[in-house]
Write a protein that binds this ligand. Structure first.
Ligand code: PMT
Length: 403
C-alpha cells in the first residue's frame, strides 16, 4: 500500500479514454489512496458517476452545487484537500481552459484553486494532438508548473495510429507513487538556482550573450518545488518562464545583476545550484550611444566578470551545499574536475557540447556528475526534466548520508 493516507483528486473530462479513469481509480484505491472524483459535464456522456463513485467509495462531483440540497461543492476546499490533482483523461477543450484560466465549471475552478502538484494526462486523436494550438496550450500548462504525462502511441479510437492515447493507468500509478513518495522530501529547504544566460552591454542596442535557454535550471526549480522546497530562481533573460507557488523568480540581465541577487539570498540558503551560463567577461566601458560603423576593424576591451559560484563558494557555510555545472567542448572531464575543486562545489554536472542533444537549448541533456569523493555517474540522453530528477535524487542521497 504505497499511497496509504494520500489524497488524490482525480478529474475526468469528456474523452473516449474516460473508461480508463475507472481502472486508474481502482489502482489508486488498491494502493491505499483516498480518491475524490470530479467530472466535467461532457465526461458524463462517456462514463457514469455511479461507476466512479462505487470504485472510489465517495460521491462524485460534477457541478458547483449538490442538486438535492442546493449545497455548494466547495472548489477551494477540494483544491486544498488534495496531495495530488490528476486530470486524466484531459481533453483538448479542458486543456484550453486550463491554459487560459477559464473557470466555467467545477473542474477548472478547482484546478485554479489547487495548491498541490497537478499531473495532466491528455488524450486526443492524432492530428488534434499535434495541432499547433494544442501544442501551444500543452506548453503553457507545463510552464505553469504542471506535470505533463505525454500521450502514448498506439491505435486510436478513430482507427488512426500514432501519439494520442492517454497514458496507461499503470504508468500513471507509477508516476503518482514516485511523485507522492518524494512530494515532501525537500520540505523546509531553501534553495537558490541561477539559470539562463547573462547579457553584457556593449552599447544601448548590443550585448554579449550566449545560447542558454534557461530550460535546465527551470527543470531543476520545478522538480524541487514539487518536492516541497522553496526556490529562489535567479533567471537571466529567457523566453521560458514558470509559475509555481514555491518558486520566486528574480529576473536579471548581467552577471553583475545575477551576482547581486545571488549574494543577497545566499546566507539564508541550504542549497545553491549554479546552472546559469554566465559571461566570464564584459565590456569594460559600455558605450553610452550606439557605436557607429566607421572603421574597418574595431575592438572592445573586456574586463573579467565576478565568478558568482567561486565567490559564494569561498564563503560557503558548514552544511550548505553547492552544485555546479560545467559546459565544455574539450578536455571535458579534466576541466570539470578542476572547477569542482576551484569553486568549492559538492558535486559538478558536466554537459558536453560534443554530445548530440546535450547542453544549450535542447529539451534533452546528457550529463556526467563528478563528486568530491571521486565518484562519477554517467546519464543517458534524457529529457531535461528526467536529468533534473536524477540530479535532485543524487542531492537527496548526499543529504541523507550527511545526516
Ligand atoms: O539553459 P539551457 O539551454 O537549458 O542549457 C543548460 C546549460 C548548458 C546552460 C547548463 O546546463 C550549464 O551547463 N550551465 C553552466 C554553463 C557554464 O557556463 O559553465 P562554466 O563551465 O562556464 O561555469 C562553471 C560553473 O560556474 C557553472 O556552474 C556556472 O554557473 C558558474 N559560473 C561561471 C562563471 C561565472 N562568472 N560565474 C559563475 O557562477
Amino acid at each position: 500500500m504505497q499511497l496509504q493516507g494520500k489524497r488524490v483528486l482525480l478529474a475526468v473530462t469528456g474523452s473516449i479514454a474516460a473508461y480508463k479513469a475507472a481502472h486508474l481509480t481502482r489502482l489508486l484505491v488498491k494502493e491505499g489512496a483516498e480518491v475524490q472524483i470530479i467530472m466535467s459535464t461532457s465526461a458524463l456522456d462517456f462514463i457514469t458517476p455511479l461507476t466512479l463513485s462505487t470504485l472510489s467509495k465517495r460521491p462524485v462531483y460534477h457541478q458547483f452545487h449538490k442538486n438535492e440540497t442546493g449545497e455548494w461543492n466547495n472548489h477551494v476546499e477540494l483544491g486544498l484537500w488534495a496531495d495530488l490533482f490528476i486530470i486524466a483523461p484531459l481533453s483538448a477543450s479542458t486543456l484550453s481552459k486550463l491554459a487560459h484560466g477559464n473557470s466555467d465549471n467545477l473542474l477548472t475552478a478547482t484546478y485554479l484553486s489547487a495548491r498541490c502538484p497537478v499531473m495532466l494526462a491528455p488524450a486526443m486523436d492524432l492530428d488534434m494532438y499535434q495541432h499547433p494550438s494544442v501544442r501551444a496550450n500543452l506548453d503553457t500548462v507545463e510552464k505553469h508548473g504542471n506535470i505533463l504525462l505525454e500521450a502514448e502511441s498506439g491505435e486510436l479510437a478513430s482507427g488512426l495510429s500514432g501519439q494520442g492515447r492517454m497514458m496507461e493507468p499503470e504508468h500513471i500509478l507509477e508516476k503518482t507513487i514516485q511523485l507522492l513518495k518524494k512530494s515532501k522530501d525537500f520540505e523546509g529547504k531553501k534553495i537558490m538556482i541561477t539559470a539562463g544566460p547573462t547579457q553584457e552591454t556593449i552599447d544601448p542596442v548590443r550585448f554579449i550573450g550566449n545560447h542558454s535557454s534557461g530550460k535546465m535550471g527551470i527543470a531543476l526549480a520545478k522538480n524541487l518545488a514539487n518536492r516541497g522546497a522553496k526556490i529562489e530562481l535567479i533567471l537571466g533573460p529567457s523566453q521560458i518562464t514558470i509559475s509555481h507557488p514555491n518558486i520566486k523568480i528574480s529576473p536579471v540581465t548581467s552577471t553583475h545583476d545575477m551576482y547581486k541577487a545571488a549574494q543577497a539570498v545566499h546566507p539564508q540558503m541550504d542549497i545553491c545550484i549554479f546552472a546559469a551560463a554566465v559571461a566570464d567577461y564584459a565590456p569594460a566601458d559600455p558605450a553610452k550611444e550606439k557605436i557607429k560603423k566607421n572603421e574597418e576593424n574595431m575592438s572592445i576591451i573586456l574586463k573579467k566578470n565576478v565568478d558568482i559560484a567561486a565567490s559564494l563558494g569561498a564563503v560557503k557555510k558548514d552544511g550548505q551545499i553547492h552544485i555546479g555545472f560545467a559546459l565544455e567542448t574539450n578536455h571535458e572531464e579534466e576541466n570539470a574536475q578542476t572547477k569542482l575543486k576551484k569553486k568549492n562545489f559538492d558535486f559538478i554536472v558536466l554537459n558536453s557540447m560534443n554530445d548530440a542533444g546535450a547542453g544549450f537549448k535542447h529539451d534533452t541533456n546528457k550529463v556526467t556528475i563528478f563528486h568530491q569523493s571521486g565518484k562519477k555517474q554517467v546519464s543517458d540522453l534524457l529529457p531535461k526534466s528526467a536529468i533534473a530528477e536524477l540530479i535532485i535524487d543524487t542531492l537527496k542521497k548526499q543529504l541523507d548520508t550527511e545526516n
